[in-house]
Design a protein around this ligand. Structure first.
Ligand code: FE2
Length: 310
């Protein structure tokens, strides 16, 4: 079964406030955790939804981030400022990136593209992404006990080098961020492949997550899958990744190895003409550039370094 990542999706899990930028709240018997914090412009909406979901925001103990993209950590600095005692966990690399003014500047610039969300900030609060404290540098094998629920940390690089997935064995639920793609398409019949930092790592991470045999997958954008849909999604994502590489190689071959030309042709055909990809256009172009360059390098081409995606 599949459903929108919105509202109460399990007796212990709620998705707030917007299916496209969901933050997942997991309620343990003793502690509560939030996974991801979406875009900065939704900061006040997340805070209001936290209050609706668990009452006192001070009862939110952990905010764990799946990776270092602006649309997954966007509200973390706002929430850290408004929820004293909130402990943030992320990969060590993410903590390093937050120290780079150029990275923060890019995240804030990309956030501005979400004009559709600008009306969300009626109080005109400062929603700028500032550096925030990362309390836990998370790594493979870490465990956090919430009371009745355990959060197991898996390193799942490939989308980014700092990608993490969180698995709760008691409820067989996986939060992969974007480590296994995102469902797109007018009919939800397309898996957008999301490798950016490494194709090979992305494949290995998918294989690792398939072995977990989750019964529920709470995707980084859009949907929550249960039962066969959950297991099929991971397997289909792996198959789609192999196919996607072939597609990129075909565009590269058609453009005789010219990365920019292959990108242009692919954007026109796959994004403009076929449609059904709801990702913001600039983010799509940035990510596609990273993917096409990566495959070109795998083919043995020399490619000028490009932006690493969003
Ligand atoms: Fe991402």
């Amino acid at each position: 079964m599949r459903r929108l990542a919105e509202g109460k999706i399990h007796e212990r899990i709620s998705a707030i406030p917007n299916a496209w930028y969901p933050a997942y709240i997991i309620r343990g018997d003793e502690k509560n955790m939030m996974i991801d914090s979406g875009v900065n412009l939704l900061g006040p909406r997340y805070l209001a939804s936290i209050k609706e979901t668990i009452g006192d925001p001070g009862l939110l103990h952990y905010l764990f981030l799946t990776h270092s993209h602006y649309d997954h950590l966007g509200s973390a600095s706002y929430l850290s400022r408004h929820i004293p005692g909130l402990e943030v966990g992320a990969h060590e690399r993410l903590a390093g990136l937050l120290q780079k003014p150029s990275v923060l500047e890019m995240m804030n610039r990309l956030s501005e593209n979400h004009v559709e969300l600008s009306g969300q900030n009626s109080a005109e609060e400062d929603l700028t992404i500032y550096p925030f404290e990362i309390r836990f540098h998370l790594k493979q094998g870490d465990e956090f006990h919430l009371g009745g629920l355990t959060c197991l940390v898996y390193e799942t690089p490939g989308h980014t080098k700092d990608s993490l997935a969180y698995f709760f064995p008691e409820i067989k639920t996986l939060f992969p961020g974007e480590s296994c793609g995102v469902i797109q398409g007018e009919k939800g019949d397309l898996i957008q492949v999301e490798f950016l930092s490494s194709y090979e790592d992305y494949i290995d991470s998918l294989k690792q997550m398939i072995l977990l045999e989750p019964e529920m997958v709470c995707i980084g954008h859009g949907l929550v899958l249960t039962g066969n849909d959950a297991r099929d999604f991971l397997r289909c994502s792996l198959e789609e990744t192999f196919r996607y590489r072939e597609t990129i190689e075909a565009y590269l071959n058609e453009a005789q190895g010219d990365v920019e030309k292959a990108m242009q042709n692919m954007t026109r055909q796959e994004y403009d003409i076929k449609g059904g990809i709801f990702q913001e256009r600039n983010a799509y172009l940035t990510n596609l550039g990273a993917q096409v360059s990566h495959i070109a390098v795998m083919q043995g081409q020399k490619v000028k370094s490009r932006n690493k995606g969003s």
